[in-house]
Design a binder for this molecule. Structure first.
Ligand code: 13P
Length: 333
């Protein structure tokens, strides 16, 4: 199957009440791990590349590796999505390069740091929707800023994220404003702020409703039931992998992610795209630390990278299963 756009996949997900993990990719092993897990579980795939990924791998390498995934896995529908576009120009570049979906993150100004006002967000997002839809590319917008309800602080990760303190209003998407935003811009999917943030340090304790506002998803979904919602910052930061990371020399503070059951609750209320980057990075690094420590004579990077890939594949397969995407690959029309 050729690449498909996000709208087509998320319409299918909504009709069949499941969610699709959107995994961030930067290199060959991550793409292979995700595709192997998708093949194993018969799941449709969203591969997303951030500005950091494009800087790391180079746009041409990313594009060609995704082309290879399409060729190697002909029965798996794949969306190639640009994560956190900072400007209409960045989105146009990705569209030209063959992405089938782009995120215009107008919640922040073009520096990807300063919170933007609502009028700016509507303006840039609508401009991207006009251009993208003309060539069959889908658009994700964002309303509200990602950040911690626990600390009131925004979180920068991989070059994206507001700086400093944010108000409670900025940290939680307002349902009425979400309805106006979708009507004014025509976005295919909407990223909402509910207390999640990018990176490993999301919560200092197992999150409860006061710091992870799953009920806000329900309120937004009630207001705009036909809009596909997107949860950013959805890594679960598995404690068992943190333990392995620490056992083999990694230093990482006590921290908690978004429990899979909370994501499943979100999926019951309109979440269709679930962004995951940190978990893959975390399990790969933990697996590499362990592989290197357990065989200190090994100097072939392929052996180390194989351990990383195996760990990432297992994690991705679990998420495909948990979100209900498993078994759906053949059914996406
Ligand atoms: P995590 O850092 O929780 O994996 O979130 C990734 C993300 O939202 C990318 O847009």
């Amino acid at each position: 199957m050729a690449l498909i756009n996000l709208r087509r996949l998320l319409d299918h997900a909504a009709e069949n009440a499941y969610g699709v993990p959107a995994f961030n990719v930067n290199n060959l092993e991550q793409i292979q791990a995700i595709m192997e897990a998708a093949e194993q579980t018969s799941s449709p795939v969203i591969l997303q590349a951030s500005a950091g990924a494009r800087k790391y791998a180079g746009e041409a390498f990313l594009r060609k590796m995704v082309e290879a995934a399409v060729e190697a896995y002909p029965r798996i529908p794949i969306v190639l999505h640009q994560d956190h576009g900072a400007s209409p120009a960045a989105c146009v570049q990705s569209i030209r390069s063959g992405f089938t979906s782009v995120m215009m993150d107008g919640s922040l100004r073009e520096d990807a740091k300063t919170p933007a006002d609502y009028a700016y967000n509507v303006d840039v997002t609508r401009r991207v929707v006009d251009m993208a839809h003309a060539v069959g590319v889908s658009v994700e917008g964002e309303l509200g800023c990602l950040g911690s309800l626990e600390s009131g602080l925004a979180g920068e990760e991989d070059g994206v994220g507001a700086e400093g303190a944010l108000s409670h209003d900025q940290l939680l998407t307002d349902p009425a404003q979400a309805a106006d935003f979708v009507a004014s811009t025509g976005v295919d999917a909407l990223a909402i702020a509910i207390g999640t943030s990018h990176g490993a340090y999301k919560f200092t304790r197992q999150p409860s409703g006061d710091i992870l506002a799953i009920d806000r998803i329900q309120a937004i979904h009630r207001r705009i039931p036909d809009t596909h919602l997107v949860m950013h910052g959805s890594s679960s930061v598995p404690q068992e992998w943190l333990a392995i990371l620490r056992e083999f020399g990694g230093e990482i503070r006590e921290t908690y992610g978004v429990p899979v059951e909370e994501i499943q609750e979100g999926i019951r209320h309109g979440v269709r795209k679930v962004n995951i980057d940190t978990d893959i990075r975390l399990v790969m690094t933990a697996a590499m630390r362990r592989a290197m420590a357990q065989d200190r004579a090994e100097f072939d990077p392929r052996k180390i990278l194989r351990a990383a890939k195996d760990a990432a594949r297992a994690l991705c397969a679990l998420r495909f299963e948990a979100f209900g995407a498993a078994g759906m690959a053949e059914r996406v029309g």
